[in-house]
Design a protein around this ligand. Structure first.
Ligand SMILES: [Zn+2]
Length: 238
């Protein structure tokens, strides 16, 4: 069976997701083709192998970036050799403690999958393999694909380690769960609402052309400002 769905976003970009995973945990996986290297932003749940789905030319490096260490973003991280992720949670990628990834939440999640990936598969056995980072990323670092350079932004709130990638030259933004066009989550044990308010204030001024988030549809700068403004309003900061 096909576990992943793939959508062509533009000439350089493909989005993959896991349609049979509970919508709460159905994250977006972004494959961007660069000149000297390809970029993969996040890796889904790791229920089925992701690497065979990502086609890259022979010899071309694929740099995988985890936007944060939650289960729906790092499940298949271990399948790839070049693994970058937030400095804030770097040590945790070796351990993948389910208290940090929240993998335990999936073990008894009602309707966790709508289709079994294989006969006899059981969510209770779900475990994320260790995936030590080969590079850590923090505010101001640059991820270079040759023809594109992404600036790393540290955007805590949803999680303390949330990072995003911003191409200042053309406004392309990979935002992970820091911001996306769907219900934002700020009530996890490691969420921080006041940090999230600061993140939203910062995003109001970020000149993006298009944003590809960890969940939901892609959005433009105007929509991002609407989402950030709505968050600030309900948080009592406007
Ligand atoms: Zn998350």
């Amino acid at each position: 069976m096909e576990w992943f769905s793939k959508s062509i976003v533009d000439e350089q970009t493909t989005m993959l997701t896991e349609p049979f995973v509970h919508d709460y945990l159905r994250a977006n996986i972004w494959h961007l083709r660069g000149r000297d290297a390809d970029l993969l932003v996040d890796t889904g749940m790791g229920i089925c192998p992701l690497a065979p789905q990502i086609e890259t030319p022979q010899g071309k490096p694929l740099l995988v970036v985890a936007t944060h260490i939650h289960l729906d973003h790092v499940g298949s991280m271990h399948e790839f050799p070049w693994r970058a992720g937030p400095r804030h949670s770097a040590a945790q990628f070796e351990i993948m403690d389910e208290a940090v990834t929240y993998a335990y939440m999936f073990h008894d999640l009602e309707g966790g999958v709508s289709k079994l990936p294989k006969p006899g598969w059981n969510a209770a056995d779900y475990k994320i393999p260790s995936a030590p980072l080969t590079r850590t990323l923090d505010e101001g670092d640059v991820v270079d694909l040759g023809d594109r350079q992404f600036r790393v932004l540290h955007l805590p709130g949803h999680s303390p380690d949330s990072i995003a990638l911003f191409d200042e030259a053309d406004g392309l933004f990979f935002s992970g769960d820091a911001i996306y066009d769907d219900t934002l989550i700020d009530s996890l044990p490691d969420s921080d609402r006041s940090a999230y308010v600061n993140t939203m204030q910062r995003l109001l001024d970020l000149p993006i052309r298009i944003g590809h988030g960890g969940h939901g549809p892609s959005y433009d700068g105007r929509r991002m400002r609407e989402i950030a403004t709505a968050y600030l309003r309900q948080a009592g900061n406007i």
